[in-house]
Structures are given as structure tokens and as C-alpha cells.
Design a protein around this ligand. Structure first.
Ligand code: 13P
Length: 252
């Protein structure tokens, strides 16, 4: 059975004190909510991982890094390795976010290294894919996303692939307030699931959690999460306010 996951991506926001306070608020609200049907993930800056991991009390709340080094260790000034991330108590790592692909030139080759290192370290990659507006307008989004997957996580063994979470984030919907319609999101996620079934098998496809990200909010989460192939969300802006993030979790 695939998991329902609501993951926040704080991006480059919050000081350490603000981040710990936000994590505590979310953790308390999730604990009060009681139901443990949804896995909640907080994607924090590297500097916050250890403090946020120890501030969390609700058992279904986990911490994610937003990136990792493409090398296991060594003379790579400024980089943060998967073993460092894991040693903080983080369980997940967001990889392949469009902002990293666009601003930091992360290619499929680099992402393959990062995914392999994360899996070897026992971290769960939340692997992001998604097309830019021009590709959507040209009607070639399915082919584009298929290539992104074929160049990266479709090269994994079935056993490794089973550990991955996928997040589809159309770039035109990120931070723009222009959400994909629930039908557009559902169509793409169903397409991705079909690709997984063809590449691996139907059981692996059925068990894979696939999230939608891009202007997800308390106002549209219920409609999005109500779609049969949408297993949750990767939330940017709305994950920075505990009440909004909880409303999104409560959409389930
Ligand atoms: P927004 O929810 O702010 O659109 O960001 C989505 C995102 O990029 C999450 O990774």
C-alpha cells in the first residue's frame, strides 16, 4: 500500500530559531490531530536539520534535507554529504528540484550520483520532476517528464526504485499561485504511474507514492488529494505557516 505524504519544502527560508519554532508547532498540531494516516515531512535548510529532528515529537513527522553532495566525502568545500544528513536524524532528501536543476545546473548525471548515495545511506529520496511553461504550451510535457525519469530513477534496480518517492512539480505552478488543475495533475501522475508499471511492474507502480507540488494550498489541497493517483503534496510557501500546512494535511 502506498503512503500518503505531505512534505514541506521550506527552501531558503527561516532562521534556525524560526525553523525550530515552526517545526514544534507543526509537530504539536500533527500530534493533536491524532490520525497517523499521513506521513508528514519537513524539508529544512541543512543548518536546521539536527535541531528540527530533535524538536519533533509526533511519530509520523520526519525531516528532509533539500539537497545532498554528489560525492560521499572529501575535499568538496561547502558540500553536505548523505552521511552528514543521516547523522542529523533526517530520513528523507529532496532531489532534483527544478530550482536546483535551473539555478545550480544539476543534470541527470549529477542526480544519478545523488540518488545512489542517498539510497546507500538509507535516506529516502523525494525525486522531483516537471516541465517548464513552454513545454506545457507545446503539449510535450509527457515526453519531457518521461525523459527526466528515464535518465535517472528508471535506471535503478526494482528494489531501489521501491524506496523512492516521486514529486511532480510543473515549474509554471511553483510559487506562481497558478496551480495545475486537479485534472492536469491527475493526468500526469497517472501517466507517471503507467510508465513505472511498464518499466518495472504494476505492483511497484501501485505502491509508489507520487506527490503533486506547485501552489498547493489549504484552498485546493482537498480537490488535488481527492484524485486517485495523487498521494500527497510537496508544499513550498504554504509549509511556512503551521496552520496552513496543517490544513493541507487535514485535506486527507
Ligand atoms: P510552492 O508551493 O510555493 O508553489 O512551491 C512548490 C515547491 O517548489 C515545493 O518544492
Amino acid at each position: 500500500m502506498r503512503k500518503k505524504i505531505v512534505a514541506g519544502n521550506w527552501k531558503c527560508n527561516t532562521t534556525l530559531a524560526e525553523g525550530v519554532a515552526l517545526a514544534k508547532q507543526v509537530s504539536n498540531l500533527v500530534a493533536e490531530r491524532g490520525a497517523k494516516d499521513v506521513v508528514v515531512v519537513l524539508g529544512t535548510p541543512f543548518t536546521h536539520l539536527a535541531s528540527v529532528a530533535s524538536a519533533i515529537e509526533a511519530e509520523n513527522v520526519f525531516v528532509a534535507a533539500q539537497n545532498c553532495a554528489a560525492e560521499p566525502k572529501g575535499a568538496f568545500t561547502g558540500e553536505v554529504s548523505v552521511s552528514m544528513i543521516q547523522s542529523t536524524g533526517a530520513a528523507y532528501v529532496i532531489l532534483g528540484h527544478s530550482e536546483r536543476r535551473e539555478y545550480y545546473h544539476e543534470t541527470s548525471e549529477i542526480l544519478n550520483k545523488k540518488v545512489a548515495l542517498a539510497l546507500a545511506q538509507g535516506l529516502i529520496p523525494i525525486y522531483c520532476c516537471g516541465e517548464a511553461l513552454a513545454i506545457r504550451e507545446a503539449g510535450t510535457e509527457n515526453a519531457f517528464v518521461k525523459t527526466q525519469l528515464e535518465e535517472t530513477i528508471f535506471n535503478l534496480s526494482a528494489d531501489d526504485f521501491k524506496k523512492i518517492v516521486i514529486a511532480y512539480e510543473p515549474i509554471w505552478a511553483i510559487g506562481t499561485g497558478r496551480t495545475a488543475s486537479s485534472q492536469q495533475a491527475q493526468d500526469m501522475l497517472a501517466f507517471i504511474r503507467q510508465l513505472i508499471a511498464t518499466k518495472f511492474d504494476q505492483t511497484i507502480a501501485n505502491d509508489c507514492s507520487i506527490l503533486y507540488g506547485g501552489s498547493c494550498s489549504p484552498a485546493n489541497a482537498k480537490e488535488l488529494f481527492g484524485q486517485p493517483d495523487i498521494d500527497g503534496g510537496l508544499i513550498g510557501g504554504a509549509s511556512l505557516k503551521a496552520e496552513d500546512f496543517l490544513s493541507i494535511i487535514n485535506a486527507y
